[in-house]
Design a protein around this ligand. Structure first.
Ligand code: SF4
Length: 493
């Protein structure tokens, strides 16, 4: 059987950048390593795909394996169609050397209905291009596509009892939108095929297209010439402005002209980079610290976001808090006392989480968090879902202050922070002895994946290890806050 030159994913890559398509096809090994977060997103996509198959029950799977054996999948699809199958999952088609695997096809008299499942909560332009290519392939084989729909997640669905798939998923016909795209699909297929046959790397430099619609998988590969301290470190600067500088040949931070117009934040960033010394606004830091009321509670939450709601009164992708860490400092000179909570897996963690948190934070004194919007939003969500705690939650929220302020507003800014004011950037600058490097779980996204994995994990040793790692990570975030505050106090008092 003839092998394919293009697939759905390589076609989408070609639309982003011809060099992306070329590298993906001929230099796959050079692709940036997938982060654990990206792997989890792919896994989520396939889990949602399998769940959506239940919308059209009774089908047979044509493409098996990861990656599938394409020849076998094409053969099996043909057999199923000829054998009177009514529903096929992962149905494989090839036309004009373009391979396409459709999530669900329903075969009816006189044609077929195709369903493409996405784990997102809306239809993007990329999804339309993906659907348009599939239509091109299937209809190119002489099969009448009666309708083509994208199935995606309804973010307004609130789970009550058993999952209601009809409410969880939205099925939207995009046939009218992809028919007008057929001419450009054909032109692009021809263009990409020529490029791949020529086997010559397109001469394309980095630009805004590397970020749209996704960050390209060869991002690091194409940026090997970017020095460590570059204009791409400017925080909050619009991408178009960064590439304007880049295209003018200004790449290294040290090469930015003195009179180049920058906003206040970027000016400070550049000034500190040049001087190599931190900027410390004593007056502003003092004023921030003087406004704090002891006892201080240093608080941090971890959450996970299941695409398919696992618990009653929760929506798709709702952030469900499952863990907190709190350090309490009675006064400036006392040692911080640690409290923590990590929910059991398999049950809704929110009630036990909030009951424990309210118990530990009861009383007077400010509650310090790092980026208060996150914790306040989570608390408000719990108050909405569990109104019996609403009053106490409101009182807790009224005590929250944000330790991020001195860094966000650049009262303190050090060259090591490279324009960022996240706690992970501040810690090495102010408290280098505390590091996330030794931790297995060293960022919030990984904590979220790890907890989600506990929902289906049965090996007790693995469960114990993951719990230990989660507790270490969340504790580190709050301990970092305690030390950051102590360091600020040392700096200005
Ligand atoms: S990083 Fe940018 S230039 Fe390089 S292949 Fe990707 S999109 Fe193209």
């Amino acid at each position: 059987m003839a092998s394919h030159l293009l697939s759905k994913s390589s076609f989408i890559k070609g639309l982003q950048c011809e060099k992306h398509l070329y590298l993906y096809k001929y230099h796959y090994d050079e692709m940036d390593k997938l982060s654990e977060m990206q792997k989890a997103i792919f896994k989520r996509g396939s889990n949602v795909g399998v769940l959506a198959q239940r919308l059209c029950p009774g089908g047979m799977v044509a493409a098996q394996g990861d990656p599938p054996n394409y020849d076998a999948a094409l053969k099996r699809t043909k057999e199923l169609i000829n054998g009177d199958a009514q529903v096929i999952y992962e149905a494989a088609f090839m036309f004009n050397e373009v391979l396409s695997i459709a999530d669900i096809v329903v075969i009816e008299k006189g044609g077929m209905k195709v369903y493409e499942v996405k784990s997102s909560t809306s239809i993007s332009e990329t999804y339309l291009n993906d659907a348009a290519l599939q239509y091109y392939v299937i209809s190119g084989l002489g099969i009448r596509v009666k309708d083509f729909s994208i199935v995606y997640i309804n973010n307004q669905y609130v789970r009550k009892g058993d999952l209601n798939l009809q409410e969880l998923f939205i099925t939207e016909s995009v046939l009218d939108l992809i028919l007008p795209l057929q001419k450009s699909v054909k032109q692009n297929v021809d263009r990409f095929k020529k490029l791949l046959v020529r086997k010559k790397m397109p001469d394309i430099d980095i630009g805004e297209h590397c970020h749209n619609p996704y960050t390209c998988g060869f991002y690091d590969y194409c940026r090997k010439h970017i020095p460590e301290d570059s204009i791409f470190d400017f925080s909050g600067m619009h991408l178009s402005k960064k590439y304007e500088l880049y295209n003018d040949g200004i790449i290294n931070l040290k090469d930015v002209p003195e009179d180049y117009p920058l906003n206040k934040n970027n000016e400070i960033q550049l000034h500190v980079f040049r001087s190599g010394k931190p900027l410390i606004d004593n007056k502003a830091i003092k004023s921030f610290l003087s406004d704090l009321n002891y006892p201080l509670y240093f608080m941090d939450f971890e959450t996970f976001q299941p695409a398919v709601p696992l618990f009653d009164n929760s929506k798709p992708y709702q952030q469900i808090p499952f863990q907190y860490s709190v350090f309490i400092k009675k006064d400036k000179n006392s040692d911080a006392q640690h409290f923590e909570f990590l929910a059991e897996s398999g049950i809704d963690p929110r009630k036990k989480f909030i009951e424990s948190l309210l118990r530990v934070t009861k009383g007077k004194g400010d509650v310090l968090v790092y980026n208060k919007t996150f914790e306040i939003t989570r608390l408000n969500e719990i108050a909405r879902n569990f109104p019996e705690y609403a009053d106490e939650i409101e009182r807790l929220i009224s005590r929250i202050k944000d330790l991020m302020i001195p860094f966000q507003k650049k009262y303190y800014y050090a060259p090591e922070m490279k324009g960022s004011f996240s706690i992970k950037a501040v810690l090495p600058a102010l408290v280098p002895e505390l590091s996330y490097d030794e931790l297995e779980i060293n960022e919030g996204g990984l904590a979220s994946i790890a907890y989600e994995s506990l929902q289906t994990q049965t090996d007790l040793m693995i469960i114990a290890e993951i719990k230990k790692q989660l507790l270490e990570y969340c504790k580190m975030d709050t301990l970092g806050m305690v030390r950051i505050l102590e360091r600020l106090e040392e700096l200005v008092f």
